[in-house]
Ligand binder design. Structure first.
Ligand code: DGT
Ligand code: CA
Ligand code: CA
Ligand code: ZN
Length: 575
């Protein structure tokens, strides 16, 4: 079990105890426990497995035992029993945006709401609007959230599926009869959300590997089980498919199951022009005299059709095949190219780790610089800094920097863009920072023209280095606000303002679909983890995938610059 899963279980226990009317101290202990599990700097699940949790502040014996149980057995008896006291459908409510535990508790206690269907009913018949703490506006918002949620049912974000992918690959690769195991499908293509996970194994003993797959400890139920393929559900309801093929078929199946379907159709059409029929098992000649090319890997498969190798992220049939034919595919940015990261939070605002801890973690990841950008004062819900605290942080950063060799913290701020496009700090304050991320955090419901003007005004402020999460979307939770992205990109190109690719699996904003256009306009990207803990820094892996999917090269991504060049770049911008 991952730490995120364990933290979610603690969080849910807290809510369920609240619904039962248990005493607040007990519920608070679980909430605190959830936070500790999420943000603890060491490998807390390993410590839990080894019974080494004693002495962690805020984690009492009862919670330590439960964590041990989760780390060693992958489940928690107490939680399973507690869950059974409630209808299963109640848990759907936790996925509705804007419906915190307090509202769920009120709806459940006062109106007997135990499912999304119940919730829709009490919203429609007016009884929800009569509850204290609710009103017509809240109800309208809840109905919007339900509609959005239903439109995205059975999709998952990368933070949800990434640990599953790693665990299943590792388990299958351990199998003595598996000679090669890969993940395919939308996950391999770097999509921002996926419906299901597709695994592929090369083996001479398909039955044995398939048998082992359906018996993995993560598997909750088996949907289908045949001699060469199986489908299962793992925790959180994620479907995983596995296909077994021979080594000779592997490259064909690897390409086929990576997709996209549109890419496959186009490639198959191209094969036919070469007198070859292509499917997931191989080539066959469609007319006499056509020689079947030898193919040992995907690269040779593309080569056989006169194409350069097409990276999986690009396989969406949006021009990659033409570019491959003309030898004009971009050389895509890689994780190893990143030299540092901007837009990170500390305990000064809503982060879980201190400046020192964040700096240490950044150095451990091999970064040469770490940009700190805590929230500004208008983001009071995130404990945003006022001028005084910001300047104190600046001093603290300078003191820390004096002790580093080959590493530097850049002092910044994630300054709120206010409703009228002005910034939350005056220019004199911004001028003292190394860089500034400007972001919208409230009043999302402006008409497109007004929201665009608001952002343009921020872009035109010379102190603004980059714009954070441009559309404000939260994947599978809320759509982005209305904004004219091309107009923003034009202004960014003109002013040299960088656009963030927020790497949090919740955001991946600006979306990959815009980056080809951004690149053509000459806009630079910064891949920013928006880390709120030391673990959050690793979210750059999601951002890199999105950047690659957006055709971005190393030179399009500003934070591939080494420290000395980055210092020069920032200094030049401040002039
Ligand atoms: P997802 O699961 O909806 O996030 O997206 P994918 O792309 O992983 O889709 P999935 O799991 O249905 O199928 C995996 C790949 O298999 C898909 O990307 C391409 C290939 N594939 C599936 N069905 C077809 C088909 O009818 N025709 C072709 N050419 N390829 C297909
Ligand atoms: Ca899939
Ligand atoms: Ca599938
Ligand atoms: Zn933000």
């Amino acid at each position: 079990m991952t730490r995120q899963e364990a933290a979610t279980i603690f969080e849910r226990i807290a809510t369920l105890l609240e619904l039962k009317g248990e005493n607040p101290f007990k519920t608070r202990a679980y909430r605190t426990g959830a936070e500790i599990v999420e943000s603890f700097s060491g490998d807390i699940m390993q410590l839990a497995a080894d019974n080494q949790l004693a002495g962690i502040k805020g984690l009492g014996e009862a919670l330590r035992d439960k964590l041990h149980e989760m780390a060693t057995t992958g489940r928690l008896e107490f939680y399973e029993k507690l869950k059974k006291e409630f209808p299963e459908t109640l848990f759907e409510l936790f996925d509705i945006q804007g419906l915190g535990p307090k509202k769920v508790a009120a709806l459940h206690a006062k109106l007997g709401v135990s499912s999304v269907a119940d919730l829709k009913r009490v919203c429609a018949d007016g009884s929800a609007a009569d509850l204290s703490g609710f009103g017509d506006k809240t109800v309208a918002k809840i109905l919007d959230s339900i509609a959005f949620h239903e439109a995205h049912a059975s999709e998952f974000r990368l933070d949800q599926v990434h640990p599953v992918v790693l665990a299943i690959l590792e388990a299958l690769r351990d199998h003595p009869n598996a000679s090669r195991v890969e993940v395919c499908g939308s996950f391999r293509r770097g999509k921002e959300t996926v419906h299901d996970l597709d695994f592929l194994v090369a083996t001479r003993q398909p039955e044995k590997v398939i048998e082992a797959f359906v018996k993995l400890p993560q598997v909750v139920d088996v949907i289908a089980h045949g001699p060469t393929k199986a489908s299962v559900h793992v925790g959180q309801g994620i479907q995983c498919d596995l296909r077994a093929v021979s080594t000779a078929e592997f490259p064909f199946a690897f390409m086929y199951f990576t997709g996209s379907k549109e890419h496959n159709v186009a490639i198959r059409g191209r094969a036919l022009e070469h007198g070859l029929s292509l499917n997931e098992y191989g080539f066959t000649a469609t007319k006499a005299g056509v020689e079947i090319p030898q193919v040992h890997d995907e690269r040779e498969l593309y080569r056989a059709l006169g194409l350069d190798y097409i990276e999986p992220e690009l396989r969406e049939n949006i021009g990659e095949i033409d570019a491959a034919e003309r030898g004009q595919l971009p050389r895509l940015v890689e994780l190893e190219n990143l030299r540092g990261v901007f837009h990170n939070h500390t305990t000064a605002s809503d982060g879980k780790a201190s400046l020192e801890e964040m700096a240490e973690a950044a150095q451990e990841l091999g970064f040469q610089y770490l940009g700190i950008a805590d929230h500004s004062k208008s983001s009071f819900q995130a404990n945003g800094l006022d001028e005084k605290r910001l300047l104190a942080q600046l001093d603290e950063i300078q003191a820390l920097n004096a002790g580093f060799d080959g590493f530097r913290i850049f002092a910044g701020s994630e300054v709120d863009i206010l409703k009228d496009g002005s910034l939350d700090f005056p220019d004199e304050i911004l001028a003292r920072l190394d860089y500034v991320v400007a972001s919208v955090h409230n009043v999302f419901n402006l008409p497109e023209a007004e929201m665009t003007r608001r952002l343009l005004k921020a872009i035109e402020n010379p102190h603004v280095t980059m714009i954070g999460h441009l559309t404000g979307r939260l994947l599978l939770q809320r759509p982005g606000y209305a904004v004219n992205v091309p107009a923003i990109l034009d202004a960014a190109a003109e002013t040299g303002t960088i656009i963030e690719l927020n790497a949090s699996a919740w955001r991946l904003d600006l979306d990959w679909r815009w980056w080809k256009l951004a690149r053509e306009k000459g806009v630079k990207c910064s891949i920013n983890p928006d880390a709120h803990s030391i673990h959050g820094l690793k979210d750059v892996i999601f951002g890199i995938r999105a950047a690659r999917k957006g055709w971005l090269r190393r030179e399009d991504v500003i934070n591939t610059l080494p420290l000395a060049e980055m210092e020069k770049f920032l200094a030049a911008r401040r002039r």
